[in-house]
Design a protein around this ligand. Structure first.
Ligand code: KIV
Ligand code: ZN
Length: 512
């Protein structure tokens, strides 16, 4: 790999999934992975196989599906974790094991209860275990941003000797600032004798809003891999956002002097897909992928852009995929057109029966809404996938009454564990009344943490995509619903979240 190639390592499926409530099913992960592959991401971190059987299965499924990107699995510096990662990645065309151990004094002493010498020894062992499964082993010094640079040099030199090919320097708690973080990368590269044998990588969290700035400062100082996520998703305040890093490096090639192999026209479709699957909507003023990122409001700006685009635009909307939102299918589209568009989107429904069911839903939607966009198809497939998982609660029917001057009222019929039950309630609005009626039946006592509605496409006939986040007993679950009727979408999202709470999926956290 030439020295001016910046490796884009996407961790949406692993660190991104650590955002509370952002868990994804195996099928959703494969769908996102296919979009990342289409975008030409170099490395896809597919998950943490030792976390649970579900995580193991989804890393395996991604490894089997992806041919043109390296698939990576995370593992603590433990033999069992590494073995699970190795097994999950066995079918990958190109694989990588990413193993890590904390190197900051606070983590070593308070969390790991290990001495610095023990940490070095464990890190070296981890690289050797991982090398039995793959040639490409990446090592992360967790909490490097707060680690003693002298100690970091010792650990990193030892893991290079043991066979690590990528050294990742994470700012795990988002504590670093750009000048200092860039200098750390510079000093590590300069001081570690065998540093020319490896690629330096960074993984920055956004607690101070500096993840992208820190990553770019590291690039200026020789880092040649950036770990990032679509829409900046990730633990707490998230990770560096892929779209911002990629577009900064591309737009300011004069400053950074390196290039990525990303097909930037796939950025907006990737952002929308991840937002729709995780239920984490993109703020309108988010750089690159926010709805307003290319909207010029002021008359002076509009006038300038009309006269000469570059007066106020440093990037072209179509270069990041804004024009990709094209009408694809309609009421008269047949089964073959439907199927081939799904294939183009990387969606594999598996069986003929699943295609038939999805096609029936598509026809129902096309009756209500004349133009069906890619985003509608993704929402439809997400709904289809969740209706295939075990569902304790299903919406049978919903009637709402909303009239000026009257209290809104809802009547619902739900199938709960195979038995139908009905309830009615009034509320401050039709959605509130619907949720109250659902609670009368289910009595979950879950806390509603988030309710949001987004239109999937434009126009008043667009489907509303609703996200409901519920918390109960320390677990947080997102539910999604999409329909041209937003009250129906809301009821479906509420039940989807309840089903998520009901189907408890236990998974370990990588950083414990
Ligand atoms: O933030 C972090 O330190 C991580 C590591 C596992 C790379 O996510
Ligand atoms: Zn992280």
């Amino acid at each position: 790999m030439s020295n001016d190639h910046l490796i884009i390592f996407d961790t949406t499926l692993r660190d991104g999934e650590q955002s509370p409530g952002a868990s994804m099913t195996g099928e959703e992960k494969v769908r996102i992975a296919r979009q990342l592959e289409r975008m030409r991401v170099d490395v896809i971190e597919a998950g943490f196989p030792a976390a649970s059987n579900g995580d193991f299965a989804s890393v395996k499924a991604v490894a089997q599906a992806i041919k043109n990107s390296t698939v990576c699995g995370l593992a603590r510096a433990l033999e069992r974790d590494i073995q699970r990662a190795g097994e999950a990645l066995a079918d990958a065309a190109s694989s990588r094991i990413h193993t890590f151990i904390a190197t900051s004094a606070i983590h070593m002493e308070k969390k790991l209860c290990m001495t610095p010498e023990q940490v070095i020894e464990q890190a070296v062992k981890a690289i050797k275990w991982a090398r039995q499964y793959t040639d490409h082993v990446e090592f992360s010094a967790e909490d490097a941003g707060r680690s003693d640079p002298d100690f970091l040099c010792r650990v990193l030199e030892a893991v290079i000797d043991a066979g690590a090919l990528t050294l990742n320097i994470p700012d795990t708690v988002g504590y670093s600032v750009p000048g200092q973080f860039g200098e750390l990368i510079y000093r590590l590269r300069e001081r570690i004798p065998n540093s020319d044998k490896v690629v330096f990588s960074v993984h920055c969290h956004n607690d101070l809003g500096l993840a992208v700035a820190n990553s770019l400062s590291a690039v200026l100082n020789g880092a040649r891999q950036v770990e990032c996520t679509i829409n900046g998703l990730g633990e707490r305040a998230g990770n560096a956002s892929l779209e911002e890093v990629v577009m900064a490096v591309r737009t300011r090639a004069d400053v950074f002097g390196c290039t990525t192999r990303i097909d930037t026209t796939q950025i907006v479709p990737a952002s929308r897909l991840v937002a729709s699957i995780t239920g984490f909507a993109v703020q309108p003023n988010k750089a690159i992928v926010g709805a307003n990122a290319f909207a010029h409001e002021s008359g002076i700006h509009q006038d300038g852009v009309l006269k000469h685009r570059e007066t106020y635009e440093i990037m072209r909307a179509e270069d990041v995929g804004w024009s990709a939102n094209k009408m694809v299918l309609g009421k008269l589209s047949g089964r073959n057109a439907f199927r081939s568009r799904l294939t183009e989107l990387g969606i594999d429904l598996g069986t003929e029966e699943a295609v038939n069911t999805a096609f029936a839903r598509f026809k129902e939607l096309a009756d209500k809404k004349h133009e069906i966009f890619d985003e509608d198809l993704h929402a439809l497939v997400s709904e289809e996938a969740s209706s295939n998982t075990q569902q304790a609660y299903k919406l049978v029917s919903l009637k709402v009454c909303s009239e000026t001057g009257e209290t809104p009222f809802a009547q619902v019929v739900v199938s709960a564990h195979g038995k139908e039950a009905s309830a009615s309630a009034s509320g401050s609005g039709p959605v509130d009344a619907t949720f109250k009626a659902l609670e009368q039946i289910i009595d979950s006592h879950a806390e509603l943490q988030l309710y949001s509605v987004n239109n999937i496409t434009t126009g008043t006939d667009a489907q509303g995509e609703v996200t409901v986040r519920l918390a109960k007993d320390g677990r947080i679950v997102n539910g999604l619903g999409a329909d041209t009727d937003i009250v129906v979408a809301s009821a479906e999202a509420y039940l989807d979240a309840l089903n998520g709470l009901y189907n408890k999926l236990e998974r370990a956290h990588p950083q414990v």
